[in-house]
Design a protein around this ligand. Structure first.
Ligand code: ME8
Length: 680
């Protein structure tokens, strides 16, 4: 039987400027999933590319004194080199200026025109050039672009329109019958409430006031609207309507896409217009539209004009691609906004990579050299300690698989790090140096075999996330890739062959001098002082950072209705005054009942006594506290948080906790504080 297919895409990025770590994040996320599915035996196709037309690009090229094609060509070379450096394993890179794309877009346009989905009319309305978005008067927010908050221009020109309203009911029904179509689900409600239920207006799909685009067939004074042009890349790249039987067969093989990855600001185009285009073409819809949050900087959105954009190359140069990939995947909670700081990067590199993983590999190899002549021994009899360890690894594999199925990259890595940290503790507990001294050869062999077996399992599980680290561990262990490095092998403790001759090299992740690194990075980036680099496009779209979702997990982050400090102690958000803080109603509360929520392994449903009032709060602490442990605890409640529904359970408020991602501790009050008392 043929392997199951898995077709995954990133947005095709605008080559109007060099890309930044926000783009690197989406591309790394998609790459991790593509690599993971390949390891699981899927027939994977991973597509990325560039969206090269449109008014914004034409303006940028003019400003640079270049022809648009020459302008984008240079940037595309830069982008492809970046993806190579970040080990992005794409199978195809589509450029919308390629003939294979342009001719099919024209054929699609002609087909939609012929079947009456597209008609000629006159557009009068608002246009946001940075977002390449049309807006009606009603959709503007305070007279500005609803997406980026920037200024909009009035446009009046003859234009073709797409009767999208024809398909709205079918799309609403599709949302209802496919609850996993949009991830996270909160974005589905946004689509329904803000766009679909109020009624879709026909979409303008051509422009006449500039020329940098694909001409409408037979009417070259019109160019096809850049989003219609761009969205279709997902099918033109496969070979849809190409007329080439091999390519058409490839299209039939991979379509529909399994996952379209993007950030939240373009979910609207993918969850509304793209499905409608596909319905009009009578094609199946993609299985999932996944919209993650934004990487922000301490001072908000990244922007060239603020001079706070970080070039991913800079970080790859200094720390390597795996370190950057690890940081992005580990640190940014998928679906939520996350603040990028160089301090947090340094902490992850020093603690997780150098101290935990790097040290485990290095110290184990050093002991093996000293005690066993650098040759991996056979295990002798095992004790409960080793069999518990084997169980932990088996459970970890399932946790990683489940987490990746839910796009939870941080928790997947955190599960792997439980094994890494346990291995370091196991070494401390079993003290191989003492076994060596006591001449307890059998026990020493068992312990060292177990340590290397744990390292092998970790290296297998790390492959999708850190594609260079695993081979470099194998090479130091003398292990050749094969059966004992396959994904399945991680589930079977004992697959490490004994007798391997190891080759200890340099530590795989050196420890960094944080102060020296920060000073060097500050020199190398445009960032100054407390405002290091953040990521956005060259224009200043004014998309305000969603501070609430960074810290507390708002509706965007339904699974963590608990305040989690993602960052080191340094302040990372804009300063507020006392009046801002006064708007938060913090209250002492006592937990009077707690229970798990079925099928939500992170959530607990709590009943809180808030001084005579009983409050129900859903909290993402189930992996850190059992319901019993919480009974009677004094906690701090954010009492005036708007109610939300999480997994069908109403949550009215949020309790505070401190966390570094792995550990989480509730913020509590001394006994004797009366419930309901104000905390300030
Ligand atoms: O929108 N944080 O292209 P684009 C996280 N051409 N991700 C970010 C980010 C940030 N700060 N900044 C950018 C376009 N991204 C269209 C897409 S698709 C048919 C057409 C990532 O160059 C994220 O994936 O503006 C976001 O959706 C995308 O880059 C926007 O890239």
């Amino acid at each position: 039987m043929d392997n199951q297919t898995f077709y995954i895409t990133t947005p095709i990025y605008y080559p109007n400027d060099k890309l930044h770590i926000g783009h690197a994040y989406s591309t790394t996320v998609a790459d991790t999933l593509a690599r993971y599915k390949r390891l699981r035996g899927y027939d994977v196709r991973y597509l990325t590319g560039t969206d090269e037309h449109g008014q914004k690009l034409q303006q940028r090229a003019e400003a640079a004194g270049k022809a648009p094609q020459a302008f984008v060509d240079d940037i595309v070379v830069w982008i492809q080199a970046l993806w190579q450096r970040l080990d992005i394993s794409y199978d195809d890179f589509i450029r919308t200026t390629e003939d294979r794309h342009k001719t099919v877009v024209q054929a699609i346009f002609a087909k939609l025109l012929e079947q009456g989905d597209i008609y000629l009319g006159e557009y009068e309305g608002w246009y946001c050039t940075p977002c390449e978005s049309f807006w009606t008067e009603r959709q503007l927010k305070d007279g500005r672009c609803s997406d980026c908050g920037g200024p909009v221009g009035l446009v009046r020109e003859p234009a073709y329109f797409f009767r999208v309203s024809r398909y709205a009911d079918r799309l609403i029904e599709y949302y209802e019958t496919h609850p996993d179509f949009i991830v996270p689900a909160s974005r589905k409600h946004e689509m329904l409430n803000n766009f679909l239920l109020p009624g879709l207006e026909d979409l303008c799909v051509s422009r006449t006031t500039f020329s940098w685009g694909i001409p409408v067939p037979g009417h070259p004074e019109h160019v096809i609207y850049v989003w219609l042009d761009a969205l279709t890349n997902y099918i033109t790249a496969l070979g849809y309507m190409s007329g080439d039987p091999d390519l058409e067969a490839r299209f039939a093989h991979y379509w529909p896409a399994d996952v379209h990855v993007m950030a939240k600001e373009i979910v609207r185009f993918h969850a509304i217009y793209w499905p409608i285009i596909l319905m009009a073409l009578d094609l199946p819809l993609p299985k999932q539209i996944v919209g993650h949050g934004w990487l922000l900087m301490k001072d908000g959105k990244m922007s060239k004009s603020k001079g706070n954009v970080i070039d991913p190359n800079l970080l790859v140069d200094r720390y390597g691609s795996d370190a950057l990939r690890y940081f992005l995947l580990r640190e940014i909670p998928f679906g939520q906004d996350g603040v990028f700081t160089l301090e947090a990067l340094m902490e992850r590199l020093n603690f997780d990579l150098a101290n935990d993983l790097g040290n485990l590999v290095h110290r184990s190899l050093a002991m093996l050299e000293r005690f066993c002549g650098g040759v991996i021994p056979s295990s002798a009899a095992i004790t409960q300690l080793e069999s518990d360890y084997a169980t932990l690894i088996g459970e970890t594999v399932s946790q990683v698989e489940d987490a990746l199925d839910r796009f939870e990259f941080g928790p997947a890595l955190s599960a792997i790090w439980t094994v890494v940290r346990r291995a370091n503790r196991y070494i401390d507990e079993t003290a191989p140096w003492a076994l060596h001294k006591a001449g307890d050869r059998d026990r020493l062999n068992t312990v060292l075999y177990t340590v290397f077996e744990a390292i092998r399992s970790v290296s297998v599980l790390l492959q999708p996330f850190m594609p260079n680290t695993s081979p470099s561990i194998w090479s130091q262990m003398g292990l050749s890739p094969g059966e004992s490095t396959s994904w399945e092998s991680a589930k079977h403790f004992g697959m490490l062959p004994s007798g391997l001759r190891t080759k200890k090299g340099e530590p795989i992740f050196p420890r960094l001098d944080v102060a020296a690194e920060l000073a060097a990075l500050d020199e190398l980036t445009d960032s100054k002082g407390a405002q290091p680099a953040h990521v956005t496009r060259e224009t200043e779209p004014g998309k305000s950072p969603d501070a609430a979702s960074v810290q507390s997990g708002s509706a965007d982050a339904p699974s963590t209705n608990v305040s989690v400090a993602q960052e080191p102690a340094t302040p990372q958000l804009e300063q507020i005054d006392i009046a801002d803080f006064g708007r938060v109603d913090l209250r002492a509360a006592r937990v009077v009942a707690a229970e798990r929520i079925p099928k939500a392994d992170k959530l607990l449903k709590l009943q809180l006594d808030v001084g005579g009032e009983l409050r129900q709060v859903v909290s993402g602490i189930a992996q850190h506290y059992t319901p019993q442990e919480l009974l009677g605890r004094q906690v701090i409640l954010v009492a005036n948080l708007k109610p939300v529904t999480l997994r069908g359970v109403e949550s009215h408020g949020m309790i505070l906790a401190a966390s570094d991602g792995d550990r989480l501790t509730l913020a509590t009050l001394a006994d004797g504080i009366a419930p309901g008392m104000k905390v300030k």
